[in-house]
Design a binder for this molecule. Structure first.
Ligand code: FEO
Length: 398
């Protein structure tokens, strides 16, 4: 039974229950590649799916119309989880014209052999009539690729928002009021933190554009369709894109013989005992995925980073974490470095240097302990933990 969003508008996507690694992002709940079909005087398909699942998409389309009746395929975004099926779609839909913006077409030509494709390049102020309905196109560059755009149907107050407002959740449900809202928002945050964070300014521009539209439904390219909690997801995007903080402190560490771990636990104890209203989290970076660390980092206000020395370097997984979070360009945090060492404090010193790379505010000098921390060293860590939690609260209050 086809899923209907509005009268004669249907979901024709694919639920990927098995995917657990989406270009290195952990998709523990699987994913969906959403595509939609609008049946009017003319018929349009909005977006493709991952190329491996084009047969499923075509099967859903064929259940709603004959394939030669599809007039348009809209490509909002060239990334292959959406554009991947488009070459096969255009082969199977003999009368379909691809609608995309100029940048998208440029990129499509670099991915695919577009010989023989019917293409209409659309500009942002252009509309395409389907009969009773109109497709209007709004460019949203860098949300999250340069060509990204969204498609709006004013007659249905329906926004096909591409990656924006998406979540990676495999489910048989299609709408936000059919699934646990807390889980949807948790996954939306995880998606935002790991994919969209570097483009906060562009998200702000997109949100400003959205304010000018009447929207009763947001149909993203991943996950649940928003029809009940539209204001909730818009407010969350507003907060995330502005880089708003929560009273939260993260203690990231790696350890070889538990000495840096003991220091991390001392810092946690100092924070938790002195300032329990700050959410202080201890994360062993070899036991916590990059995806999870980035998600918690999104709204954290203070961070402690600890590593011992391995071959005159910081621990390799800590280097991976710091590289990943630098690329995601999180807003400024208050932070300090710590670590135990045997004969050279290079690991801790390099963590301290990373604070400059990240453009974070240094709370205090690095805490470096030779071999195992004694009671005095652990007290030093507890005091630093207290300062860390206080700094987390202070940054939220600013
Ligand atoms: Fe879902 Fe940017 O692709």
């Amino acid at each position: 039974m086809p899923v209907s969003l509005k009268n004669n508008i249907f979901w024709v996507g694919y639920v990927d229950w098995s995917v657990r690694d989406f270009h290195s992002y952990d998709t523990v709940r699987g994913a969906t590649y959403n595509s939609y079909l609008i049946r009017d005087e003319k018929t349009a398909v909005i977006d493709g799916v991952n190329e491996n699942f084009v047969d499923f998409q075509l099967h859903r389309i064929a259940a709603l119309t004959t394939l030669d009746k599809v007039d348009y395929v809209v490509c909002n975004h060239t990334e292959l989880d959406h554009a991947g099926s488009i070459p096969e779609l255009l082969k199977a839909l003999p009368n379909a014209t691809l609608l995309c913006n100029a940048k998208c077409y440029e990129e499509m030509k670099l991915y695919f052999d577009t010989t023989g494709w019917r293409v209409k390049v659309v500009s942002p102020d252009e509309t395409v009539s389907l009969g009773k309905r109109t497709l209007a196109f709004v460019n949203t560059p860098m949300v999250h690729w340069p060509e990204s755009m969204v498609t709006y149907v004013p007659e249905d107050e329906l926004l096909f928002s591409m990656d924006a407002f998406g979540q990676h959740i495999a489910t048989s449900e299609r709408f936000d009021d059919e699934y646990d809202l807390g889980t949807i928002l948790t996954e939306a945050k995880l998606y935002y933190a790991n994919i969209v964070t570097p483009y906060g300014k562009q998200v702000q521009t997109t949100l400003d554009k959205a304010k000018g539209l009447k929207i009763s439904m947001i149909a993203p390219a991943h996950g649940l369709i928003w029809r009940k909690n539209i204001s909730a997801i818009l407010e969350h995007y507003q907060r995330w894109s502005l880089g708003e903080y929560s009273p939260k402190a993260l203690i990231l560490f790696d350890s070889m013989w538990h000495s840096t771990e003991k220091m991390a636990e001392g810092i946690l104890q100092g924070a938790a005992d002195s300032t329990p209203d700050v959410d202080t989290q201890l994360m062993n970076v070899r036991r916590t995925t990059l995806t999870r660390i980035a998600t918690e980092m999104l709204d954290a206000s203070a961070v402690a980073i600890g590593s011992p020395t391995l071959n005159m370097m910081l621990m390799p997984q800590m280097a991976a974490v710091l590289t990943y979070i630098k690329g995601l360009k999180f807003t400024q945090k208050t932070a300090f470095a710590f670590g135990s060492y045997g004969w050279a404090s290079a690991g801790c010193d390099q963590c301290d240097k990373w604070l400059d790379e990240l453009n974070w505010t240094r709370l205090c000098d690095p805490i470096k302990i030779k071999f195992r921390p004694d009671q005095a060293a652990l007290q030093q860590c507890r005091e630093a933990g207290k300062k860390l939690a206080e700094a987390a609260k202070a940054r939220v209050a600013k």
